[in-house]
Write a protein that binds this ligand. Structure first.
Ligand SMILES: *Cc1c(COP(=O)(O)O)cnc(C)c1O
Length: 628
């Protein structure tokens, strides 16, 4: 069966389907469902974020390998270096793992704020590069000097003339009493003439927030020279914007940056040795070949960068620069998977057994019922049109008071069932009409997660994340699906889109657990995630594999409890706690025994997170835990 979830498009071989389940494609190939169950038996409920260090390692290997090959093939004489931009994911379970798996590469960190710089200075091994971008004040610059003086290889990229003025002052202050001055290196971020593309295009181009114009570059050069600090100038930097879908703008930017490097070099910037090409290397998020996110491969990307740098260096007669990248999304996106249980399917009220047919029905309802029973391949389209026609008439009859609420309910159910049957019968016809009809019968899957917390770029930018169920993959999914999160916000819906449709299985979640997994969530989502409705970061865990290929679940961080969330908002939780308890103790409605019981329950609830815990399921099989 063809994979309806496009795993071969976005999966990079990281996951595979075995026995109807999604499995991690390493070691003993555990299924995501088995890992999820293991965590849930430990009482960890609600959504789970699983991190896979081997996938971080894989991306770093791929990046370094691609550039190593490109440099070798072209006999490139500059070095390749890389840093991870902290803004993409600053969480300790990610960063600590990142530094462990990258130790062979002198991989460093990029910081865009003081807090990130502190992290970079603590986590980057000595000898690996640290780059600093973004707007800086005197304190941030001073921190960079402290980093340099403690032996770090730091490059301060300046975004404007005033930053350089502050650097010169701090230089004086920090080196006043010494004969061997130490300072961070200086990089210049250039304002590209060429623009980026896509949702993040504002990072590049003349109207960009960042970077120096040619006039400012010349001014910076003169200022450094006149202070005898030209030797600090070591890097030319640009960043084209994230998730670059096409390679062409990068090539333009590389030519621009390469020529600026060569010009400054020829002018006399002797220690200028590096070009930093920023981030932007895209990730394929699409589940459908018709909407691919990216038109180039990693190999093409690396080859273009190395080739163009070499070409410019040769034609201008300057040494080939070291190449730095700050790819973040490419490194981090694949490492984490968000897994959340489906709580409910909403249009299950449109089931045959919900019909309330009478002994004598209105003729049109009776006819709908006949259409439903007898619809077949040959007449599917005709019957479907009749059914839609009847529905219009029946709804009008209801408005005029000729049929009752039960007739109307039967109409809705029967038409829905007929559309479903017709779609199944006409499955291989790809007509616009069918697409429109799918919109009408789509199933709403209520999922125990918050898209605001866990997929903020979906909310903010319409970014698509690959989604698929963990199980049932040996069955063809047939329900056009919309995903609802549990926030009380209508934006918390990933609506069915006929152009890139998602189909899920028709399951009875009371009888069978059905989990959805969202992939490629490792870049940007976690720290941008917001506590809308006070849903917190999901419970997270790191999954490593030992030599025998067995998975181990480590470094579990539970989702915050209700009280922790309130405390984060600076509520006085002691007062809240006291007030709730007082409410029970003082209540005239309760006997002492009951008060004790309620206090016990309250105590338990306050220590839990705000994701939904249970669904009412009196008829669920007893052996299935219904902890959701
Ligand atoms: C955000 C950012 C990056 C990372 O970009 P990705 O698209 O995630 O690779 C790199 N450099 C700078 C300066 C940035 O602002």
């Amino acid at each position: 069966m063809a994979d309806p979830f496009g795993l071969e498009i976005w999966g990079e071989g990281n996951f595979l389907i075995e026995s109807g389940e999604v499995c991690v494609n390493t070691g003993v190939r555990p299924s995501l469902l088995s890992l999820t169950r293991t965590l849930r038996t430990q009482g960890l409920t609600g959504p789970l974020l699983l991190r896979f260090p081997h996938l971080i390692g894989k991306q770093i290997d791929r990046l370094f390998h691609a550039f190593e090959i490109a440099c070798k093939e072209l006999s490139y004489t500059g070095a390749f270096r890389a840093v991870f931009p902290l803004k993409v994911n600053q969480f300790p379970n990610f960063i600590d793992t990142l530094m462990e798996v990258s130790s062979a590469y002198h991989y460093g960190l990029e910081a865009g704020s003081k807090a990130e710089l502190i992290l970079a200075m603590t986590k980057t091994p000595k000898g690996a590069p640290i780059t600093i971008n973004g707007f800086k004040d005197r304190e941030m610059i001073a921190l960079a000097f402290i980093g340099a003086k403690s032996g770090h290889h730091i490059t301060l990229t300046i975004e404007g003339i005033t930053e350089l003025e502050t650097i010169l002052e701090v230089y004086e202050e920090f080196n006043r009493d010494t004969t061997t001055p130490i300072a961070p290196n200086i990089g210049v971020r250039i304002r590209l003439h060429s623009t980026g593309i896509g949702a993040w295009a504002k990072s590049g181009g003349y109207s960009s927030k960042f970077g120096l114009t040619s006039t400012e570059l010349l001014e910076v050069y003169e200022m450094l020279r006149s202070h005898d600090l030209l030797p600090l100038l070591s890097m030319v930097h640009f960043h084209i914007g994230s998730q670059m879908g096409e390679i062409a703008p990068l090539k333009k930017a590389l030519r621009e940056a390469g020529n600026i490097y060569a010009e400054l070099k020829r002018r006399g910037a002797e220690n200028l040795t590096a070009i930093n090409i920023g981030g932007g290397l895209a990730v394929e998020y699409s589940q459908h070949t018709s909407n691919a996110d990216r038109n180039y491969s990693l190999k093409e990307f690396a080859n273009d960068v190395v080739f163009l740098m070499q070409e410019i260096a040769r034609s201008k007669g300057v040494p080939e620069p070291d190449i730095f990248t700050e790819s973040g999304r490419f490194i981090a996106a694949a490492h984490s998977v968000l897994i959340a249980p489906v709580l409910e399917l909403f249009s299950q009220e449109y089931h045959e057994n919900s019909l309330r047919l009478k002994a004598v029905n209105p003729p049109l309802v009776q006819e709908l019922h006949d259409l439903y029973r007898t619809i077949n391949r040959a007449h599917a389209r005709e019957y479907l049109h009749d059914a839609l026609d009847h529905m219009e008439s029946l709804l009008t009859l209801f408005d005029l008071g000729y049929i009752d609420l039960e007739d109307r309910s039967n109409t809705e159910i029967l038409v829905n069932l007929i559309i479903k049957k017709a779609i199944r019968l006409l499955e291989d016809e790809d007509t616009d009409e069918l697409k429109r009809l799918q919109n009408r019968i789509q199933e709403k899957y209520l999922v125990n997660f918050s898209s605001f917390q866990s997929l903020p770029d979906f909310w903010g930018l319409g970014q698509h994340f690959p989604v698929m169920p963990l199980s049932n993959l040996d069955r063809k999914p047939t329900q056009p699906a919309s995903i609802w999160d549990i926030t009380c916000d209508s934006d918390g819906e990933i609506a069915f889109d006929a152009d890139k449709p998602l189909y899920l299985h028709d399951v009875d979640v009371e009888a069978e657990e059905y989990f959805l997994a969202f992939f490629l969530t490792g870049a940007y989502q976690e720290v941008l995630g917001m506590r809308h409705n006070l849903f917190t970061h999901p419970t997270e865990a790191v999954v490593t594999f030992d030599e025998a290929g067995e998975p181990h679940i480590e470094r579990i961080i539970e989702a915050q409890s209700l009280m922790d969330v309130l405390e984060d908002l600076d509520y006085d939780t002691d007062t809240i706690d006291r007030s709730l308890k007082q409410g029970i103790e003082d209540s005239p409605l309760l006997a002492p025994k009951e008060k004790e019981q309620l206090l016990g329950k309250l105590y338990l609830y306050l220590s839990e997170n705000s994701y939904l815990k249970t669904i009412q399921s009196s008829h669920a099989p007893a052996h299935k835990g219904k902890e959701l």
